[in-house]
Write a new protein. Structure first.
Lengths: 205, 232
């Protein structure tokens, strides 16, 4: 898995690192023709690069959902003050996460989903509550896959998950809520994450 | 050494009115450049090997025991810091509420690691927070530094853990520390999430930073201070 000089001189070193780790250079995507359905993904499987790719499809949906929520809320929810600052900053971060995951997946990246957020992006408080839910789902989703990832991919995922956790605490603290309610964050399985994203508004069909 | 530069910058950014730097100058019985675990062991007398609960850590590799003890020292540091701040009576409003919640969580982390490690758990070091628990702004600034450090430390160690079960627990704590970091930053009035990617830190860098604060001491202080000190 020796990174080539060309791929490490990317302007965004982070992105190319994740892409290199997961694809291992050339041809790995082609080497895993039997993509198991995401929801059937077991947790007892040994970590492997092909499994990293399957997990990244889930992560891709998470990041797509976050980008879409923040984009739409910034347009529709009449955000101002601290909440608008939060949404702008979080959107900037989620776009970088999404770009990194898309690049890692390359041609294997699933299509951009549709979203039906309904009233969730129509006013500030509805958006804030949804943002809390979604950031908590992201934290639980990443944490739930930690033991299934290869170590190099885990290292990059760990750089993302703590930023999602910071977002979750930030958007709670803006309203004076207890920003870290639990002593340990509970993980979610892949199927729990998918169900939760659908509830927020992700549509895959 | 980008990482070192980042941390120097980070500490500088966090140390807005110089409390951490001040604390460094007020050192007494300082442990200078010794490692965090060495410091903890010195402060505690020794590792308490084989005293009780020899069972708990039996399934863990030496590698994981080492990492867990390192995490335990960081949790001791945080738990003692919040407990002392709560008891000092210097905190008010949302900051006091946050300190209570976060303190309880850090104490729970300490208990969890102690239970997991059993007789292999390092003992709690002695701490002297040198006044930062006795004023709200100094408290918040130190809390931001501690929490950001904890996030970076867990992130640096998580991929090195061998046991999947321990890893699952560690990542669940790692993200909670990140929530704490964001919360303390919000209260202190700085951006809760600066970058899209949070950097890890090596054990060496964490040790260097913790040593530079001189918050871990080898012996209890001899002279009484103006306010009582707590180590709980």
């Amino acid at each position: 898995m020796a990174p080539t000089a060309a791929s490490t001189t990317n302007s965004d070193g982070r992105r190319s690192r994740l892409a290199l780790i997961v694809t291992g250079g050339v041809g790995l995507a082609a080497a895993s023709p039997f993509l198991r359905p995401l929801l059937g993904m077991g947790t007892a499987d040994a970590a492997s690069k092909s499994q990293d790719l399957r997990i990244l499809q889930l992560v891709l949906q998470l990041e797509y959902t976050q980008v879409a929520l923040y984009e739409q809320a910034l347009k529709e929810a009449s955000l101002n003050g601290q909440l608008r600052d939060f949404a702008r900053t979080a959107l900037k971060h989620e776009r970088q996460h999404l770009a990194a995951v898309k690049q890692a997946l390359g041609s294997k990246a699933g299509p951009k989903p549709r979203f039906e957020f309904g009233s969730k992006t129509k006013n500030a408080e509805a958006f804030r509550q949804t943002a809390i839910k979604l950031e908590d789902i992201a934290v639980a989703g990443y944490n739930g896959q930690a033991a299934n990832l290869t170590k190099p991919t885990l290292a990059v995922a760990a750089e993302i998950v703590s930023v999602e956790a910071r977002h979750a605490a930030w958007v709670r603290a803006i309203a004076g809520e207890v920003a870290a309610p639990d002593p340990v964050d509970k993980p979610m399985t892949a199927s729990e994450v998918s169900a939760a994203l659908n509830e927020i508004g992700l549509r895959t069909s | 050494m980008d990482e070192q530069r980042d941390f120097a910058r980070f500490l500088h950014a966090v140390d807005v009115d110089g409390a951490i730097a001040e604390a460094s100058h007020q050192r007494q019985l300082a442990l200078s450049r010794r490692g965090l675990l060495a410091a903890a062991a010195a402060g505690a007398g020794a590792l308490v090997l084989g005293r009780s609960e020899a069972r708990a850590a039996s399934g863990l590799s030496a590698n994981d025991v080492g990492i867990l003890n390192y995490a335990l020292v960081l949790e001791y540091l945080q738990a003692s810091f919040y407990t002392e701040a709560e008891r000092s009576g210097a905190l008010s409003g949302k900051t006091a509420q946050a300190a209570t919640v976060v303190g309880a969580t850090e104490r729970a982390h300490v208990k969890a690691f102690q239970k997991l490690l059993g007789s292999k758990a390092v003992k709690r070091p002695l701490f002297d927070f040198q006044g930062v628990t006795e004023a709200q702004q100094a408290f918040l600034k130190t809390a931001v530094a501690f929490e950001d450090l904890a996030v970076a430390a867990y992130k640096g160690q998580a991929p090195k853990l061998r046991s999947s079960a321990v890893l699952a627990a560690a990542v669940g704590i790692h993200s909670v520390e990140a929530r704490h970091a964001a919360w303390m930053r919000e209260l202190f009035g700085v951006t809760p999430a600066v970058n899209a990617f949070d950097k890890p830190a090596t054990k060496q860098n964490i040790n260097r930073i913790v040593a530079s604060t001189h918050f871990i001491v080898a012996h209890p202080k001899m002279k009484a201070r103006s306010k009582p000190q707590y180590t709980g």
